[in-house]
Design a protein around this ligand. Structure first.
Ligand code: FAD
Ligand code: NAP
Length: 847
């Protein structure tokens, strides 16, 4: 066995260079690195085809970790070409002096876990073997070309090139008949670049693509310097943006805009170039097929404007997949290339390519002759580069067996069963929709911190648990299913570009801010979801989120929302009111207002007398309003055929305890006496509240019993019950998601205003709960008040009160007001509907 190292790194692209620097120079570890290529650069060493360039602006598509590196490099174009990106990476490698850590022209062929020695055995294609405590794979997602489905490449007598292993010497295409197969990002870049050079250019297109302008331009000398000197402000907030580039946020939903407004916004971001068309236009295009069709049709219109021959234009217009369900390509003069008389478009969807022949290409309908064939047919993305490492984990577990049904991982960083193997930008990482250099730095930093922890604690094995991997997989899949991406056909996003490859969620589509927040939480709770020396830490709350709740949280983070407990009173109130934008609109109906007590009465158009719901809004006793409760009350009235009385109450801290409970009980008493005038049945009143409003409802139920007001039921939607409750959920969800223990304590403090804690604030302290109205208690898995609410439900039941308890997994405090974005809120309404219906039946039976 050869030498032993602390860490073996594989790959010398953006990821490998930074990983070596981090592990060797910052952690002081003994690092050996391998690279199959002859030099550094990864993607940019291999993909030397004409026209290759990046499509995030270079000032963003570059490292951010070093002030010196950012200041030291000036980008000559807005979107640099391959030679300049390669030169940059070579310059960085020299600056960091990392080349000496690498053995180039050396491919890792097998990587085997030795459980006894708790180390990896790494074999390379030069016959050498070494061992390492940790392996950090930086093999890239797009580093293994797809094998073409058609035979005969070796028989071709002309020149055959693959874009992903383009020769280092110049390739002269002048005067030649050239074929390009493939119209993905790569094919488009090649075609537009060589259209004027080749004598005849024939493009074999199977699926047309939605290409939008890149907007590239040279950067003048003064601007280059300015950019380098102002990188901090240019890149400020990048990581808080969904894709890691500080583009404008979208203007709201496309479906809420008029056609003229949509056109204006699409025009604006079409002209500005690049990913802005996707991320800065409208918030719903990636989530809603109908909204997506507005942008898809816009792009098709622009294609038809630019391509003169209508038949060619029609062939170039995609109609079989939503925009951005495949990775969007960008172009510069691509569509105009088809107006050149020597550029031909061949549809190989209707007549597939059957073979490459000695003289050219044969499709099912015709043979074509060429001097040069260029294959731009894509990559076996994410999984193949890792499979090629010949990985065998614990007990000889082969990665191909582990991944037979598609890739699994935790954060894209570790694979259960493969201890001490860390992957940078692996499958199910955020990288596919996150500016790669920043995604890379985040991943490498996470891994370096994990290694530092393992070394400091003398931990022999560090691995993801199978349970964490499953939870992460569910989150990735759930989020992807909320987007239009699964409606793509043949996309590498879903593994569908490779025949026989498992269709699955290959990446995390929740965006950079959410991914980063999840990683931070995992570290904060002591590597939740990982097992250190086989002792596992629990999977943290954010990994257990409902996918829609996770996405919503991600978009709040992207909008820079501060933690609730850091807000002042006015800000908390503004946040509470802003939740109205997250609610589904309520149906139209007759609404009466009364002033004493202040309330709104929602009256559905049904024959009475109707059951009655008295509703108290949430907001921690310090915020919230009748307006916040408006849409939910309309929906409750409509769905339950009930009169809903939404009761105002005075807020703390201006009006502390007992103002709110007195107001809400007064409203209930008023309803009992007067609701028949509005068509309500005073014998069928259900008192209901959300959050702090649920606490008030629980107290009102006790006061109603004591005052002899008959209630048909009480519905407590995630009620806070007692500020002094000491429960597991208070500890586990102290930092959220969304609602934190600190804000909960502030709210209780403001409400109580120093008053003694009695049953009028903490209903569980009532001397008896017997004789209370039947209760429905809705709780949320990821809510700090969950356990006290469930304990209260238990106490009610012990006192003989009929109780239904319904816990919703994956949801956090406040979701009742987020119905437009969290579809499962509908299950809460359904649960309420069933309960209210039962209340009616019980009362009817009793009568
Ligand atoms: P890579 O750059 O792929 O490096 C991996 C290295 O590992 C390779 O050099 C490979 O030879 C080596 N390797 C793999 N297996 C082995 C083995 N078994 N033994 C030894 N060595 C091995 N992303 C963006 O965000 N924006 C863009 O504009 C963009 N443009 C792109 C353009 C092209 C043409 C392509 C193909 C990709 C583009 N990407 C872009 C994605 C790009 O891959 C990443 O941005 C980034 O360069 C990946 O860096 P990496 O270090 O993770 O992997
Ligand atoms: P790709 O997007 O997967 O495109 C491959 C193309 O080859 C598709 O048009 C595909 O058609 C076609 N193809 C594959 N097999 C075929 C067959 N048997 N017959 C006919 N056509 C066939 O691959 P890519 O263009 O190399 O891009 C991969 C990724 O690399 C991009 O999505 C992007 O992430 C990155 N990239 C980025 C840039 C940039 O501008 N920054 C440039 C290049 C690459 P179907 O669609 O019908 O399968």
């Amino acid at each position: 066995m050869g030498s032993h190292y602390d860490v073996v790194v594989v790959g010398a692209g953006f990821a490998g260079l930074y990983a070596v620097h981090k592990m060797r120079d910052e952690l002081g570890l003994d690092v050996q690195a391998f690279e199959a290529a002859g030099g550094v650069g990864g993607t940019w060493w291999w993909n030397r085809y004409p026209g290759a360039r990046c499509d995030f602006e270079s000032i963003h598509y570059s490292y951010s970790f070093s002030e010196e590196i950012q200041r030291g490099w000036e980008w000559s174009e807005r979107f640099a070409g391959q030679p300049e990106i390669l030169a940059y990476l070579e310059w960085v490698a020299d600056k960091l002096d990392v080349r000496r850590a690498f053995r180039f022209n050396t491919r890792v062929t097998s990587t085997t876990w030795d459980d006894k020695a708790a180390r990896w055995i790494i074999c390379t294609d030069d016959g050498a073997t070494c061992t390492a405590r940790f392996v950090v794979s930086c093999v890239g997602g797009l580093s293994v070309a797809k094998e073409p489905e058609f035979p005969g490449s070796e028989t071709f007598r002309g020149e055959l090139y693959r874009t992903s292993s383009w020769p280092h010497e110049p390739v002269d295409l002048t005067g030649k008949r050239v074929a390009v197969i493939g119209t993905g990002s790569t094919g488009i870049q090649v075609i537009q670049e060589i259209a004027n050079e080749a004598a005849e250019l024939t493009v074999f297109q199977r699926t047309p693509n939605f290409a939008a302008p890149l907007g590239n331009e040279p950067v003048d000398l003064a601007q280059r310097r300015w950019n380098a000197e102002h990188h901090a402000e240019l890149r400020a907030g990048s990581r808080q943006h969904m894709i890691g580039v500080p583009y404008d946020p979208p203007s709201g939903p496309a479906l809420a805009a008029t056609p003229d407004e949509r056109r204006r916004i699409f025009d604006k971001y079409w002209d500005r170039g690049g990913f802005r068309l996707l991320v800065s236009t409208f918030s719903d295009v990636i989530f809603n097929q109908q909204a997506n069709e507005t942008i898809a049709e816009y792009i098709r219109e622009r294609i038809r404007e630019r391509v003169k021959d209508p038949a060619t234009a029609a062939l170039l217009c995609p109609t079989d997949h939503p925009y951005a369900s495949k990775r969007p390509p960008f172009e510069t003069g691509y569509y105009e290339a088809y107006n050149l008389p020597h550029v031909h478009l061949v549809d190989v969807r209707s007549a597939p390519i059957e073979a490459i022949t000695p003289t050219g290409v044969r499709t099912s309908s015709k043979s074509y002759e060429f001097d040069v064939i260029i294959l731009a047919t894509g990559f076996d993305v994410f999984t193949r580069p890792l499979l090629n490492l010949g990985l065998r984990g614990r007990d000889g577990l082969k990665l191909e067996d582990r991944w037979a049904n598609g890739p699994t991982s935790y954060l894209g960083v570790q694979i259960a069963g493969f201890p001490n193997l860390f992957v940078i930008n692996g499958p199910k990482s955020a990288v596919a929709l996150y500016n790669v250099p920043l995604a890379t730095e985040d991943n490498v930093n996470f891994v370096a911190a994990a290694l530092a922890r393992a070394i400091a604690d003398k931990t022999a094995t560090f691995e993801a648990t199978y349970e964490a991997e499953e939870a992460w997989g569910r989150l990735c899949e759930g989020i992807l299913n909320l987007t239009v991406i699964p409606h793509s056909k043949g996309s590498w996003y879903m593994g569908e570009n490779i025949p026989g490859k498992a269709r699955a969620a290959y990446f995390f589509a929740g965006g950079a801010p959410l991914y980063r927040a999840i990683c931070a939480e995992i570290v904060h709770v002591g590597y939740g979801g990982f097992a250190l020396d086989r002792v596992s830490a629990p999977i943290p709350p954010m990994v257990r989120l409902d996918p829609a709740a996770a996405l919503l949280l991600g978009s709040m983070l992207a909008r820079g929302m501060k933690p609730l407990d850091e807000l002042n009173l006015d800000e908390v109130r503004a946040v509470a009111e802003s939740l109205r934008k997250l609610q589904l609109p309520g149906p139209a109906m007759r609404v009466e207002t009364v002033e004493a007590p202040r309330a709104r009465i929602y009256i559905p158009d049904r024959a009475g007398p109707l059951p009655v719901i008295v509703f108290y809004h949430g907001g921690g006793w310090i915020s919230g309003s009748l307006d916040l409760a408006d849409a939910p009350c309309r929906r409750l009235a409509d769905e339950n055929g009930a009169i809903v009385v939404s009761a105002h109450y005075r807020l703390a801290p201006e009006h502390s305890f007992p103002a709110a409970t007195d107001d809400t009980f007064a409203a209930l008493s008023w309803v009992w006496k007067h609701v028949s005038a509005y068509g309500g049945d005073p014998g069928r009143i259900v008192v209901m509240g959300e959050s702090a409003g649920a606490n008030l409802a629980a107290v009102a139920a006790i006061r109603a019993r004591d005052a002899g007001i008959p209630l048909a039921g009480q519905v407590l939607i995630y009620p806070p019950i007692d500020p002094e409750a000491s429960t597991a959920s208070r500890t586990e969800f102290a930092d959220g998601p969304f609602f934190t223990r600190a804000i909960g304590e502030k709210m209780w403090g403001a409400y109580l205003g120093g008053a003694e804690l009695t049953e009028l604030a903490a209903p569980s302290r009532a001397s008896s709960l017997a004789g209370l109205a039947p209760a429905l208690v809705l709780t949320l898995e990821l809510d700090m008040s969950r356990d006290e609410a469930e304990d209260y439900a238990g106490a009610l039941a012990s006192a003989g009160v009929p109780v239904r308890l319904h816990r919703f997994d994956g949801l956090f405090h406040g979701v009742f007001n987020m119905s437009a974005f969290i579809p499962r809120v509908r299950e809460m309404y359904a649960s309420i509907g069933e309960f209210v219906a039962t209340c009616k039946e019980q009362i009817t039976e009793a009568a």
